[in-house]
Design a protein around this ligand. Structure first.
Ligand SMILES: [Zn+2]
Length: 578
């Protein structure tokens, strides 16, 4: 907030002339929506200097701040908002997938095999042939491919496919061999390898931690490949209006930290990247963070200017656009494996009896994590879909509060798809904030209604309930779980809640376009503890901006999805333009 207070003082001390010397950009001529407050607030103009907003208000006043070098930009009826903030995506993972075969929309296994064969042709001889994005239920066969089928792509090179949730996949025999997995390898906790009826052979498909056991053995992305992943993802994120991205599972790949260091060292990122390190990768990430900080020479200028006055560490501030903000845990599974206190209304395929999903980690692990991180700056992000997982999180938080007292920790309930009313009350008390995966409504809404039943589906992603209770919530895309990291698609889903078949899933939880936009701007900044620098258009904040061809508040709600991002600006610099 220091700059916010300093600038008016400077202007007062030195007069308007000195401010005019530094005003770089003056925007006017369109709807400029500040996103400040509970109701829409517009200003006539916005002035940017040295990457920050220095003025938001009447054009006549703004003109006094402009000098001969100020670039005056006419929005020509377009709409400006704060740059969108990604509160749960997998930026690095997505970037790596850009290098892999695209399996989204595969209709049958033959289709998947054909796409993978094309991928094999341009994969280096020593690399794994990897594809991503199919859905078993979208395949004619209704199941993942087998090892034998993947051998059609190559029998002697490792072949691996991962489904669009990122939780399920399949490998051929060469990939199992490269990963050191044999039929004698026991299933890891929280996952399973599909096996033949004799119990001895590996069939190919694998779930959750079993998939991770194979995936983690893939050769690392280095050098040019790492740079391609980062710059490729940044281009896509910026094209959807995002000025802050998230990698919410740093360490899912064993090369993730190396990729991030590559991005820092080579200044590859045009937008900010918030990292939440996967539990087991946190110590390595912290070690890397401190080594990054110590490598910077205070005399060398550049980034050091920003670090000089502070403790130079990646877990407190952005270093070349990268910040370690949190640690990530998975408490349950996805749509088919969410952990509930009550059984599924209709069992997912292959599940018998009173199935109520999977717990991923023991209570003791989560308790220990809160014991360690509750009083620190690192936020704890917890993946949860079912209410039993939310119970586990709340119990761990209660213990931490009893031991250490209340802290402004803002635990992130990732997805938090189904919460009971008593849990929402408890979240209020401990400051926990959900990041609802509204992107999941279109592809998964119908399945949620069927599998979870009417009560749980109607109350899923309870935006209106949170709003009524005066509680913060955000929206996220979880890309590449949703194939495109589109923020406007999240806003559309929060406003309309239309499933793939066109049914409104939980009509009472629909909210206004303005409230949905708050979930991806002001509240998103608050969730990540960046509200002093981001999320609204106010003097002192970063000039992180997005320009849309139309105003989401002035189109038919069903047309929000068709609004186009025209330009994305990070700290006064255009990072995407259409
Ligand atoms: Zn995720």
């Amino acid at each position: 907030m220091r700059t916010a207070c300093l600038l008016p003082i400077l202007v007062a001390m030195c007069g308007v002339a000195s401010a005019a010397e530094t005003a770089d950009l003056l925007y006017s001529g369109g709807d400029i929506l500040t996103m400040r407050g509970a109701t829409p607030d517009y200003v006539e103009s916005l002035v940017v200097a040295e990457g920050k907003i220095v003025f938001a208000g009447p054009l006549a006043e703004a003109r006094k701040l402009a000098g001969p070098d100020t670039k005056r930009i006419d929005l020509a009826g377009k709409t400006m908002l704060p740059g969108f903030i990604d509160t749960h995506g997998h930026f690095i993972y997505f970037g790596k997938n850009l290098v892999d075969a695209n399996l989204f929309g595969c209709t049958e296994i033959a289709d998947l095999v054909a796409r993978m064969q094309a991928q094999a042709d341009h994969t280096p001889a020593d690399g794994w042939i990897v594809g991503f994005g199919y859905q078993s239920r979208g395949l004619k066969e209704g199941r993942p491919p087998t090892s034998a089928e993947l051998d059609q792509i190559s029998a002697d090179r490792p072949v691996m496919v991962v489904d669009s949730s990122g939780h399920l996949g399949a490998a051929n025999a060469a990939a199992f061999k490269a990963a050191g997995i044999t039929a004698a390898t026991p299933d890891p906790t929280g996952g399973m390898f599909s096996r033949g009826p004799d119990g001895r052979s590996l069939l190919g498909p694998m779930e959750e931690t079993a998939l991770n056991a194979v995936r983690s053995k893939r050769p690392p992305f280095t050098g040019e490949l790492a740079a391609q992943a980062v710059t490729g993802a940044a281009k896509v994120w910026a094209s959807h209006g995002q000025t802050t991205a998230m990698e919410a599972g740093l360490g899912l790949g064993n090369d993730d930290i190396a990729i991030v260091l590559e991005a820092i060292d080579n200044h590859l990122l045009p937008i900010d990247l918030y990292l939440a390190a996967k539990d087991s990768a946190l110590d390595d990430t912290l070690a890397a963070a401190y080594s990054v900080a110590s490598q910077y020479d205070p005399q060398a200028g550049g980034i050091v200017e920003k670090l000089r006055a502070a403790r130079p560490d990646l877990d407190r501030r952005y270093v070349n656009r990268v910040r370690l903000g949190g640690v990530k845990f998975w408490l349950d599974g996805s749509l088919d494996t969410a952990w509930f206190t009550q059984p599924y209304t209709q069992n997912p395929p292959g599940k018998a009896g009173a199935f109520s999903g999977y717990r991923q980690i023991p209570d003791e692990v989560l308790d220990a994590v809160f014991e360690k991180y509750w009083p620190t700056e690192l936020q704890i992000h917890m993946h949860m879909n079912g209410d039993a997982a939310a119970d586990q999180a709340l119990a761990a938080i209660d213990k931490a509060i009893r031991r250490h007292g209340m802290h402004d920790h803002r635990p992130v309930f990732v997805h938090a798809t189904w919460l009971r009313p008593d849990q929402i009350e408890r979240m209020k008390a401990c400051g926990a904030i959900p990041s609802f995966l509204t992107a999941g409504i279109i592809p998964g809404g119908d399945a949620v209604v069927r599998l979870w039943g009417p009560e749980r589906s109607a109350g899923a992603m309870a935006s209106r309930t949170f709003l009524r209770a005066g509680l913060p919530f955000t929206y996220s895309h979880d890309a590449p779980v949703s194939p495109v990291p589109s923020i406007l698609a999240l806003v559309d889903a929060g406003v309309n809640r239309l499933s793939g078949s066109g049914q409104v899933v939980g009509p009472d939880e629909r909210i206004s376009p303005y409230d949905a936009l708050r979930a991806v701007t002001a509240t998103a900044a608050y969730q990540l503890k960046e509200e002093t620098t981001k999320g609204t258009l106010e003097p002192g904040k970063l000039a992180d901006l997005v320009i849309l061809d139309r105003n989401p508040l002035k189109v038919e709600p069903t047309a929000i999805k068709d609004i186009v991002v025209v330009e994305t600006i990070k700290e006064g610099r255009t990072v995407f333009t259409r």
